[in-house]
Write a protein that binds this ligand. Structure first.
Ligand SMILES: O=C(O)CCC(=O)C(=O)O
Ligand SMILES: [Fe+2]
Length: 321
């Protein structure tokens, strides 16, 4: 997929015939996934095992969700600051609105969310979002397996207990002819992220200050994004990508993101196979939740998002990007 005159953003199709571990097709995919995550920190995965129907249904339901009265939206709270429902404000953007289910591959969690928004519940919403979240979680697992296989590691080198937090977002079209921020630039703090969208708007920083828009994503595309913890886990091989949403045109944009949030007490550390004389250990091992809370704390507000991992866990203050 060409998104810029010079830069070719990687699109990788996961054909069912290549998903058998150990086959040539599988090994080829593993290599491409690893290269994309090391070079760009993200890629477009075309994955037809998640049907376009379930995505379309989810976007339709999201359009219903944004219409519920504000008093109900405000019930979507979270123990984490800046999580839960976030309405249009300077905090993210006046164009932005986001809802969150912290454990969306768990049916009861989605059902409780739906009951807050629609007092009589909304089984079709619960079924659809739960199914999509579960399938995105499976896709994420597949990508993790490709990463461990490509580094010649055991599967359990990247295994942890986690929840799949799903964020459902709406971005208003900007005033006519304008090009406006929908989501500020940042690197993701969850371990990894998968995003699907109904309209382009996502942009990534490829070189210092050079942004490219991800256009022409297919109806079966999901954007996989390397989060900061994967950089620490891989001893700086994998690259968290700085990304943002910019809005233009006259259509609203809807997106659904699935984030990997490890359970309390999960330690992020590089497997010993990824540390040697040529690759000395660059990050101290750390508790994911401590890092996550640090990243949304007041002192962290003065540090660039892409520098937070270094500020928090770098072994040496001299190590930079
Ligand atoms: O809406 C999107 O496509 C991206 C949102 C995002 O980057 C995030 O929630 O971390
Ligand atoms: Fe993000």
């Amino acid at each position: 997929m060409a998104v810029d005159a010079e830069i070719e953003f990687p699109t990788i199709e996961f054909r069912s015939s290549d998903l058998k571990r150990g086959t040539e097709g599988w090994n080829r995919l593993c290599k491409r996934v690893r290269e994309a995550c090391e070079t760009f920190g993200c890629f477009d995965v075309v994955y037809k095992n998640i049907s376009t129907k379930i995505r379309e249904d989810a976007f339709e339901l999201l359009k219903e969700l944004v219409e519920v009265p504000v008093e109900r939206k405000q019930k979507n709270t979270s123990p984490l600051p800046c999580h839960g429902w976030v309405g249009p404000s300077e905090q993210v953007s006046v164009l932005y609105e986001g809802f969150e289910d912290a454990d969306a591959s768990n049916y009861d969690s989605v059902k409780s969310f739906a009951q807050l928004m629609w007092p009589n519940g909304h089984p079709r919403f619960s079924d659809t979002i739960h199914t999509l979240a579960t399938q995105m979680e499976e896709l994420n697992k597949l990508i993790w397996l490709m990463l461990t296989d490509s580094y010649g590691l055991r599967e359990d080198s990247l295994k942890m207990n986690y929840k799949t937090l799903v964020r459902m977002m709406k971005y208003l079209a900007p005033p006519l002819g304008e090009y406006e921020r929908g989501f500020f630039p940042h690197t993701d703090k969850p371990v990894s992220t998968l995003i699907c969208e109904d309209k382009s708007g996502l942009e990534i920083e490829v070189n210092d200050g050079q942004w490219i828009k991800l256009t022409n994503l297919s109806p079966s595309s999901f954007v996989f994004i390397v989060g900061d913890p994967l950089k620490a886990w891989s001893n700086r091989r994998l690259k968290p990508v700085n990304h943002r949403v910019m809005m233009s045109g006259d259509k609203n944009r809807y997106s659904i993101a699935a984030f990997v949030i490890p359970n309390e007490g999960t330690i992020i550390k590089a497997p010993k196979e990824l540390i040697d004389d040529q690759h000395p250990q660059l990050f101290k091992e750390f508790d994911f939740m401590d890092f996550f809370l640090y990243a949304i704390s007041d002192p962290a507000k003065h540090i660039d998002s892409g520098e937070l991992l270094h500020a928090y866990a770098s072994v040496s203050p001299l190590v930079s990007n």
